[in-house]
Design a protein around this ligand. Structure first.
Ligand SMILES: [Zn+2]
Ligand SMILES: [Zn+2]
Length: 182
């Protein structure tokens, strides 16, 4: 069904990352979202797909969405306003964006892949309990002790644990993941 990130990210990540750079030219959330939406629209056209109202709605929903939604999440969010839209439309649109390097299909846990419009290489924190996924900037010194002959493209880590809300609900205050940024 979904392509894991290893086959779909390729090198486009570095090219497309210009829209979500958090270093050289800081953008507001809204600017980043608009830029991301623009690139996604071009990608659809480059794929020979017409920008239908349904596809536009899918793009709008994903651009700037930091929750790493699954295809089903997006489908369920959009369905009330677009009752004729099929899951295949959602899935195929996401597949086209992934193919063009404009979002990443991430296997962060067992289950369906999650779609990530943040093309800047980053780490993730994943809550074991509620499934919250938070983007974390890469540490400066991310020691990539490469295997001999292995060309490292990117190193990304997944921090697993309990988010602040889940940790405090269970009375382990202070031990959980900090949900920063969103
Ligand atoms: Zn949680
Ligand atoms: Zn992410």
């Amino acid at each position: 069904m979904c392509k894991p990130e290893s086959t779909s990210e390729k090198r486009k990540e570095w090219v497309a990352g210009k829209n979500s750079s958090n270093q050289s030219t800081p953008m507001t959330r809204e600017q980043a979202r608009a830029a991301s939406l623009e690139s996604m629209l071009s990608a659809l056209r480059a794929n020979g797909l017409k920008v239908t109202p349904q596809r536009l709605a899918i793009l709008r929903e994903l651009a700037g969405d930091l929750t790493h939604p699954t295809a089903m999440d997006l489908f369920e969010r959009l369905r009330p306003g677009m009752p004729t839209m099929s899951f295949a439309t959602v899935y195929n649109t996401l597949a086209a964006l992934t193919e063009q390097g404009l979002c990443v299909a991430r296997a962060l846990e067992v289950g369906p892949v999650r779609f990530d419009p943040n093309m800047t290489p980053h780490d993730h924190a994943v809550c074991d309990r509620c499934g919250l996924v938070v983007d974390l900037p890469l540490p400066e010194a991310h020691a990539a002790s490469a295997l001999p002959g292995f060309a490292v493209r990117v190193v990304e880590r997944i921090y697993r644990g309990s988010c602040a809300a889940c940790a405090s609900r269970e009375g382990h205050a202070g031990g959980g993941l900090q949900a920063t940024g969103e």
